[in-house]
Write a protein that binds this ligand. Structure first.
Ligand SMILES: [Zn+2]
Length: 285
């Protein structure tokens, strides 16, 4: 069993939501390759490895996940297009932790791109669709849900109906607008930036804080506020939000947790914007 990151009364684990490779240029937007390749190695086809590892958080009151990974519904063609290098194994990862799908009572969705929402609905052993976390309320921002229901031309390729139809039918969807305390020490904040309805998750327990910035801070290589993704829909907003959150949460000595980083799961940063601690600690850079 992996060691959790301890945050006061909370325990943070990362579950394998599947790994894939994406074009390195798309992950670093306007940043020249000569700069980003010093931090992140690309192969001959310019692709870089990424994980989609959802957070599992155990609190005294709740057992929640942040996002859901790639899921197990991708077709052979999609597995090839997205260069999936290891499959989603969330159900077995839960078993390894002594948990079942029914133990999860909250699913907090930073946004609804397929790499974050693909595991909302899974195929069971009979290849029938089921909610992966059937007892959980799934929290989404209203603006994000509007774009899922009526995607623009660009979003049609990333908001997939098969990730949401069952969620709507089963009534486990909770649409919120703005900021909300979901439970003791669990707060959602609308950020925008990456998508119109993107949100962050703030966790706090016994004076300790962790913040999950989702795709505003996908890997530790994106620590420069100007290093943003070509996938960002509102890039200037991402830059402003990153500066604001690095300042605010940096002062709180907060952990910044990652979803896409294949090397580290979380880091702490200094006021100058340098990494001062990592999780796991053995991978200190
Ligand atoms: Zn993403």
């Amino acid at each position: 069993m992996p060691h959790p990151l301890i945050l006061g009364d909370f325990q943070l684990y990362w579950l394998n939501g599947g790994s894939f490779r994406l074009d390195g240029g798309t992950m670093f937007g306007a940043v020249p390759k000569v700069l980003w390749q010093k931090k992140y190695t690309a192969d001959a086809a310019n692709s870089i490895p990424l994980v989609n590892d959802l957070l599992l958080v155990k609190t005294p009151q709740h057992t929640l996940v942040i996002d859901t990974g790639l899921g197990n519904k991708l077709t052979a063609k999609q597995l090839s297009i997205f260069q999936v290098t290891s499959p989603w194994s969330v159900v077995t990862d839960l078993t390894d932790l002594g948990l079942s799908r029914d133990d999860i009572d909250l699913v907090l969705l930073t946004h609804c791109d397929f790499d974050h929402a693909g595991g909302i609905v899974m195929l069971n052993e009979e290849k029938k669709e089921e909610l992966t976390f059937p007892r959980a309320l799934h929290y989404v921002q209203k603006a994000e849900w509007e774009d899922v229901e009526t995607p623009c031309h660009r979003a049609q390729s990333t908001y997939w109906a098969e990730n949401f139809d069952l969620l709507k039918r089963e009534g486990q969807l909770k649409i919120i607008e703005g900021d909300l305390e979901v439970g003791p020490g669990i707060r959602l904040r609308h950020t925008g930036g990456h998508t119109r309805g993107h949100q962050l998750v703030e966790l706090s327990s016994q004076g300790k804080t962790a913040v999950h910035l989702g795709d505003l801070f996908p890997t530790h290589a994106h620590i420069n506020p100007l290093w943003i993704m070509a996938y960002d829909n509102f890039p200037l907003q991402v830059i402003e939000r990153k500066k604001e959150y690095f300042n605010h949460y940096g002062k709180l000595n907060s952990w910044f947790t990652f979803y896409h980083d294949p090397q580290i799961k979380a880091c702490k940063i200094t006021e100058q914007g340098d990494i001062k601690a990592t999780w796991p600690p053995s991978l200190q850079r």
